[in-house]
Design a protein around this ligand. Structure first.
Ligand code: IPM
Ligand code: MG
Length: 348
């Protein structure tokens, strides 16, 4: 099986290196890696954030392990040349429309959460985020108003097919867990959200065993810190899911802990930590590799159908944290490499 490694920018290469070592240590037969540049690194080397050869590797691979993209050197470039276009392009070209972002508190990290430990302890949820539509991919641009003022615009839209397919992923995810699904929208203001809500309600007829609820996104943001234990599976659009998943990460201790899977209709997937390239700490060995290592575990589970290998990684991460291993984001001083090593030595 071929794994495409796309380290990208900032701390991407550091965290991918640790995830690669952990995968290699599993000694699984037939696991091959091929690496390609992406994001600002690709722009600097080849003039585009998503080179043809990188996209080709991503298509050929059985699964993709992605680091992060984003580079302040590239902030002034035209939008189509910016690093972020690489991840958006991969999601779109490969039809990776379903983004699963689990957030669960590791018992030993209750004190690292931004919430009170007794509130944080109850967190065990999955955000199912739509990834191919919404304001991310609508028409956008800069224009002048009638009186000559500059105006930026980004069109938000969803069609019913896009909503239905992600709603089904939400319901299926709920079926495999506690059969509770909360759909998050802003239907009190946005037509896009009204359609979203209508289609989610229609889709619910296919899943009579799932208890469906709806929540406005502002309330969801509040409830996520007030009483996060009430959530099991959240299904939401691209923009709201982006924001709520960063928020969920702080509720479980650190953005350095949350993995994600971005899947197409056949469970082919791209796996990445939800954090960004963190240019401020890049190259200093301060990054937490656990989100990427846990993303590798998700890759084994969903795309490579090796759930036992995924369990081995997740158990080793939990054991490393239980032993007190902490990178800076968790209040410790361990380097990225040392944290990777702590996981490695606990693989059984
Ligand atoms: C994420 C990131 C990306 C997004 C950026 C890098 C384009 O924030 O995966 O959450 O907004 O989707
Ligand atoms: Mg984000």
């Amino acid at each position: 099986m071929l794994i495409a490694l796309l380290p990208g920018d900032g701390i991407g290469p550091e965290v991918i290196a640790q995830a690669r070592s952990v995968l290699a240590a599993l000694a699984l037969p037939d696991l091959h890696f091929e690496e390609a540049p992406v994001g600002g690194a690709a722009y600097k080397a080849l003039g585009v954030p998503l080179p043809e050869a990188t996209l080709d590797l991503a298509r050929r691979a059985d699964a993709i392990l992605f680091g992060a993209v984003g580079d302040p050197d590239c902030d002034a470039l035209e939008r189509h040349l910016r690093p972020e276009q690489a991840i958006l392009g991969l999601r779109k070209h490969l039809n990776l429309f379903a983004n699963l972002r689990p957030a669960k508190l590791f018992t030993d990290l209750a004190n690292a959460s931004a919430l009170r430990p007794e509130v944080a302890r109850a967190i065990d949820l999955v955000i199912v985020r739509e990834l191919n539509g919404d304001v991310y991919f609508g028409e956008k641009g800069m224009r002048k108003t009638a009186d000559g003022k500059r105006e930026g615009y980004d069109v938000m839209s969803y069609n019913e097919d896009e909503v239905r397919r992600i709603a089904r992923v939400g319901f299926e995810t709920a079926m495999a867990r506690s059969r509770k699904l909360c759909s998050v929208d802003k239907a009190n203001v946005l037509e896009t959200s009204q359609l979203w809500r209508d289609v989610v309600i229609e889709t619910a007829r296919e899943y009579p065993d799932v208890a469906l609820s709806h929540m406005y996104v502002d309330n969801a943001a509040m409830q996520l810190v007030r009483n996060p234990g009430q959530f099991d599976v959240i299904v939401t659009g691209n923009l709201f899911g982006d924001i709520l998943s960063d928020q969920a990460s702080m509720c479980v201790g650190s953005i350095g802990l949350l993995p994600s899977a971005s899947l197409d209709a056949n469970q082919k997937g791209l796996y990445e930590p939800i954090h960004g390239s963190a240019p401020d700490i890049a190259g200093q060995g301060k990054a937490n590799p656990l989100a990427t290592i846990l993303s590798a575990a998700m890759m084994l589970r969903y795309s490579l159908k090796l759930p036992e290998a995924a369990d081995r990684i997740e158990a080793a991460v939990a054991a490393a944290l239980a032993s007190g291993a902490r990178t800076a984001d968790l209040g410790g001083s361990m380097t990225c490499e040392a944290m990777g090593e702590q996981v490695l030595v606990r693989l059984t």
